[in-house]
Write a protein that binds this ligand. Sequence first.
Ligand code: GLU
Length: 456
Amino acid sequence: MTQMTQASQSTPPVVRFAPSPTGRIHIGNARTALFNYLFARKRGGRFVLRFDDTDLERSRAEYAHAIEADLRWLGIAPDLVVRQSQRFALYDAAMERLRAMGRIYPCYETQDELDRKRKRLIARGLPPVYDRAGLKLSAQERADLEAQGRKPHWRFRLDQEIVEWDDLARGPSRIDCASLSDPVMVREDGAYLYTLPSVVDDVDLGVTHVIRGEDHVTNTAVQIQMFRALSPQGRAPDFAHHNLLAAASGEGLSKRSGSLSLAGLREAGMEALATAALAVLTGSSDNVQPVASLLELADIADVSHASHHAAKFDEAELAALSARTLHALPFAHVRERLAALDVAGPQAEEFWLAVRPNLARLEDVRDWRAIAFGEVSGVVEDAAFLRAAAAVLPPEPWDAATWKTWTEAVKAATGAKGRALFHPLRLALTGRDSGPELAALLPLIGRARAMARLTV
Ligand code: GLU
């Protein structure tokens, strides 16, 4: 039994998010990215974005760019971006070292032959572990196979031992490597599979913590053995495997189906901060509250709190959290996005504070901008009442107290009170029967527009 060597706790952490650029990322990928990013932010560490693009056929530069844009939207700025497709020399050198250590061996079975072997073992009630036939081939047998035109694929020879690690999310973990097949490092067409480049890069980039989804737990024992073989001090990083997000239907998320993609959520008008908060807090908190920044989120969300059950991501919950996030958003944080929606100028902040409690999505400010500053076809139910109200409109300048002064005057002039007083005024001024506090909205509408809307 072997205890893995833990990475030093004192140095600032280095983490990485390692998507393969074969599609757009979804909320589950965002969860992994954020657990890494928040972990590094909180501890003064570094966040590396690593594109696992050794599969040259399926990987696309467009997807890599889109993933960077999705992360930027979430508020994640990587300290370093690397692409595995530019690092093959490192992997070749690592293969050489493993070969020299006797940890790599060629195998010549076709996929069909491997499938048959597997089925025979299963039929006998045995675990379908590769029989290491490749390891037993003599030089002559290998030469004969190659003379027949067979090309080798290369496997890593596992030490048959129990590997243990203290998973930061799942607690003490162990895997018996005797129950695993020696993993394939290089396919017969020469392409690297995920495992070796991942370990080589983690060593080269000084990754101290590997934080990823629990679908990678079974890779960990293999990778720990490889870290021991390849890293300078025979050290493996720490590991944390968080639970995976599922759709509300219970269905797993996939890049290919495009379900719950970040791009889709952004287009639906969801706030990035709300999306980030729910991505990491789903499953560990029943009542997720809005946060004002990723730094604040880093204080409450930690991969070590991720539960062990699949967590269902609820889009309706996101819509509600997104709205509440907007309601608490200070003007300074939204100024530029408002300017892009043509809300700018000296009254922009006052406008923002007046309308934000009524927004479901930021884009809804367009409607309220039109109501405050544009043309409104007000609803007139009782023209005489409105004329009486118009007659007592106070002179400008107007402020937050004007609404009260005015409605008291209208009440005195007409005798109307309560809903009969306020509702017709709201309908005439805004064309809507609900909306922002009129005390806040009225000074923005201003006397000229108010007069026009009351005297149609
Ligand atoms: N490219 C792998 C994935 O997206 C990375 C896994 C890892 O973090 O080691 O699943």
